[in-house]
Design a binder for this molecule. Structure first.
Ligand code: GDP
Ligand code: MN
Length: 388
């Protein structure tokens, strides 16, 4: 079972308080930060946090990427706040913006329409480009070619706990591919058709689940027990969004609706503003095919597909639970959603395998949110859930 798999394979790497375990050589890894000049303050806050809680002992390098040019204030400030070496890269238009096969007028209209519908970030062209870049291009950037691993960092994030071991080393030792700290539900209106295409990819490539796909599938509605279970009348209905959608704009061949009937997306995804992962997985032919198919559907513009559900559904199609690591011991906050291993009451319960620890449980999430609303980092002496 999934529970057994994750109990066996996804153990916490390190328990208890440790002196920083930095006596091993660094892995071939870097922090990756996509940002704009105007985000310097938020970037600084993130750098201070990751340096204080981890990198002052480990000195991993940073790669800063931007579709524009970083100005000298940005670069100097960043260099003054980092213990590892820093490289700044510009993103080529081939990795950012509309590719030549896209009908730009149609795409722009699609974006504008999402703006009219008040879909979060839906009307913001640059956000669509950012999501597409993080879905299919960052790992191809020349500054990342030499690296085997990356750790994604965003402006305005905070680490609460000292991270006293090298997560790259531990992931390498445990043969892990992808690590996360938080899983949440996506806003349905940003990805109405994403699952149809991800499912179609799986089916077209004859991929059978390695046990992770189920994490993203809504259980079908209960069937009356008195009726034969194979009665086609009791198949799960097509989601309304799919029935309503206008397929004319999708370049992708029509997906067989019959095959879709039994599976709906439950909106769960790894929250990708934190990620520690192997770059060679993204560079694999399987991932590349997946991205290509998703990209060609037009969903990065006609909808507002985020890189988080893209990475997650790719993982679901291609990886097994054993390839995934849940960094349940990392205290992490991005904007309003956070995870703290020690302080949150829910975390003091016996460890539950990561598939059940995702915050798709609304009640659990609410409890946690309420707890964190009351949590005062100042009163707590600013130490959050540090070991010491
Ligand atoms: P949110 O976390 O989903 O609210 O989105 P953010 O605004 O934090 O964007 C995600 C990441 O992409 C952050 O690291 C941003 O700095 C970066 N980002 C977003 N849009 C752009 C853009 O147009 N240009 C650049 N260079 N970075 C961007
Ligand atoms: Mn962000």
């Amino acid at each position: 079972s999934i529970r057994k798999i994750s109990e066996e394979y996804d153990k916490v790497f390190v328990t208890g308080c440790l002196e920083p375990q930095n006596h091993h050589p660094r892995q071939n890894a870097a922090f990756v930060v996509l940002a704009r000049n105007k985000e310097l303050e938020g970037v600084l806050q993130s750098l201070k946090s990751i340096e204080r809680h981890f990198n002052r002992w480990f000195n991993y390098p940073y790669v800063f990427l931007n579709d524009g040019d970083f100005d000298s204030t940005f670069k100097e400030t960043v260099i003054n706040h980092t213990s590892g070496t820093v490289e700044f890269g510009k993103i080529d238009p081939s990795m950012w913006g509309y590719p030549d096969w896209v009908d730009v007028a149609v795409a722009k209209e699609g974006v504008a329409k999402q703006g009219d519908q008040a879909i979060m970030y839906g009307g913001m062209e640059s956000y669509h480009h950012m999501c597409r870049f993080y879905s299919g291009f960052f790992y191809k950037h020349e500054l990342l070619q030499k690296y085997e691993w990356y750790w994604r960092l965003e402006p305005d994030i905070k680490y609460f706990c000292d991270i006293t071991y090298d997560p790259f080393l531990k992931m390498a030792e445990a043969n892990k591919t992808y690590g996360f700290t938080i899983a949440v539900k996506e806003l349905r209106e940003t990805v109405p058709n994403i699952f149809r295409y991800a499912s179609a990819y799986k089916r077209l490539n004859n991929l059978t689940s390695k046990g992770l796909w189920e994490m993203f599938v809504e259980p079908p509605p209960e069937k009356p027990t008195s009726l034969p279970t194979d009665d086609p009348k009791y198949k799960a209905p097509l989601p309304e969004e799919i029935l309503k959608m206008d397929p004319g704009r999708n370049a992708l061949p029509e997906v067989d609706p019959e095959a879709m009937e039994s599976e709906n997306y439950n909106m769960c995804h790894f929250w990708s503003n934190f990620e520690i992962a192997r770059l060679d997985w993204f560079r694999s032919k399987a991932y590349e095919d997946f991205f290509e198919m998703m990209d060609r559907s037009g969903g990065f513009w006609m909808e507002r597909w985020g890189d988080a559900p893209i990475h997650s559904l790719a993982a679901g199609a291609l990886l097994s639970p054993a390839d995934i690591h849940y960094f349940r011991d990392f205290g992490y906050r991005h904007t309003t959603i956070q995870h703290c291993p020690a302080n949150a009451p829910a975390r003091q319960l016996p460890r539950i395998p990561f598939l059940e620890m995702t915050t798709t449980d609304e009640k659990k999430r609410k409890e946690e949110d309420e707890y964190w609303d009351q949590w005062d980092p100042v009163k707590e002496n600013g130490v959050g859930c540090r070991c010491k």
